[in-house]
Write a protein that binds this ligand. Structure first.
Ligand SMILES: *Cc1c(COP(=O)(O)O)cnc(C)c1O
Length: 419
């Protein structure tokens, strides 16, 4: 009881108050459980691989705040760093040593010369696009469908329903003029990308891609495709932006850039880089980065950018991401994927027999051929297993999903049946 926010605040009362005060009851749409059979569950705590709802139930968490919590909830070292920083203060709006520590740590391990911290992945992408446009003095951006780059206007674009090659906003409120400068292609479609470079010769500022698309299921790309994008953009004086907001520090420390040995011109980070506090980052060569104010004419700023709490949480997280940690994460993820698959392939009644678990590094995706994600989500929720509440979201494994948690997962999935 002591843990609960307020006696008598049930999930139902919290939800009804939220619905009248907050659009859709949420501060980010996926949290609303739209399209599912369940009502949103209000969570009030997390420890290791578990989250706790306001009515005292616990769940093995595979959402992990949509990725940032690679160490699990409430990691002791992150907590200690935060507590220590709290005694010193949490925002100065001045130069401070904490972001420099994190910068040193990152730039000594990544093939990048300069970094600037912002407050989210969206902001990082917005800044990267502005930098690319300024650097090339061009306007057009190539993006791929299925890749998510946050909610900046230029990225809320989909293929047009009219003429081939046209694009339109995927959100109301984005002007057609903005949509017109974003060109959309299918992942893997080099032919159309090449044609477009020929057609808009000298007009394309940047190609942006999630080098491991993980916002529309998990769609690993061929190295050749990414390498070819590198070559085409280079030949055309276009900058290649890798949006590593999910893949950075997850697919190994250096993300896809390191894994596949492909050097983009600009990289964006988010999620893990702040260890669960709001941090995004844009990083590149000094030449590109120094276009930014106060040196150059690209304006970019942030009242709370590089906030000391976020900086120390990020560093305390990243410091633990050793090669051994990645091996452990990889091993645990494989076990978890097998545990799900085993169950899914054998679930009584065969309801979920056509689900497939695709896992890559510590991301997995449960796809269904016949059955509904809705049903799967409800069943898992009732068994105390929390997935991100959308069929398109991947699952995230953390270092806290250890042998004990995997044993518990097996028990919850199987309900004690002998397999
Ligand atoms: C999450 C995500 C973003 C947006 O980051 P926010 O912090 O939610 O603004 C951008 N790009 C990719 C690849 C992401 O996964």
């Amino acid at each position: 009881m002591g843990r609960h926010i307020k006696a008598m605040e049930t999930n139902e009362t919290l939800l009804s108050r939220s619905l009248s005060l907050i659009p859709g009851g949420v501060h980010s749409p996926v949290r609303s459980f739209k399209g599912l059979n369940e009502k949103p569950v209000f969570m009030e705590g997390g420890k290791g691989a578990y989250i706790y709802d306001v009515e005292g139930r616990d769940y093995i968490d595979f959402c992990m705040s949509f990725g940032p919590l690679i160490l699990g909830h409430g990691d002791p070292a992150v907590k200690e760093a935060l507590e220590e920083q709290l005694t010193r203060g949490w925002s100065y709006g001045t130069c401070e040593p904490y972001s420099l520590k994190l910068t040193d740590f990152l730039l000594s391990r990544l093939p990048l010369e300069q970094i600037r911290f912002v407050n989210s992945g969206t902001e990082a992408v917005m800044t990267a696009l502005r930098l690319a446009r300024a650097y090339t003095r061009r306007d057009k951006i190539i993006k791929f469908s299925g890749c998510y780059h946050g909610h900046t206007d230029a990225m809320l674009i989909k293929a047009g329903s009219g003429l081939a090659g046209t694009t339109e906003a995927s959100s109301a409120g984005v002007p057609p003029a903005v949509a017109a400068d974003t060109l959309i292609f299918e992942l893997g479609d080099l032919e159309d990308v090449r044609k477009t470079f020929a057609r808009y010769s000298g007009q394309i500022a940047a190609v942006i891609i999630e080098p491991l698309p993980a916002n529309n299921g998990l769609l690993p790309q061929e190295r050749e495709f990414l390498q070819e994008l590198r070559s085409i953009s280079q030949e055309n004086g276009t900058l290649l932006i890798f949006d590593e907001v999910i893949s950075g520090f997850r697919i190994g420390f250096g993300g896809i850039m390191e894994d596949l040995q492909i050097a983009p011109d600009i990289v964006t980070y988010g999620k893990i880089i702040g260890g669960g506090l709001p941090v995004g980052a844009v990083a590149s060569s000094a030449e590109i980065m120094e276009q930014m104010a106060p040196i150059g004419d690209v304006y970019q700023a942030g009242t709370l950018s590089a906030g000391p709490l976020a900086m120390v949480a990020g560093l305390a997280t990243l410091e633990q991401l050793t090669p051994e940690a990645y091996s452990k994460l990889e091993k645990q993820s494989g076990q978890i994927a097998r545990t799900f698959k085993h169950w899914l392939a054998n679930y009584q009644g065969g309801i979920f027999s056509s689900f497939e678990v695709i896992s890559k590094h510590s991301l997995f995706w449960i796809t269904s051929k016949r059955a509904n994600f809705k049903d799967l989500f409800s069943t898992l929720l009732s068994k105390g297993i929390y997935l991100a509440p959308s069929a398109y979201e991947v699952g995230f494994v953390s270092l806290a999903h250890d042998e004990r948690v995997i044993g518990e997962l097996e028990k919850r999935l199987w309900g004690g049946q002998i397999n």
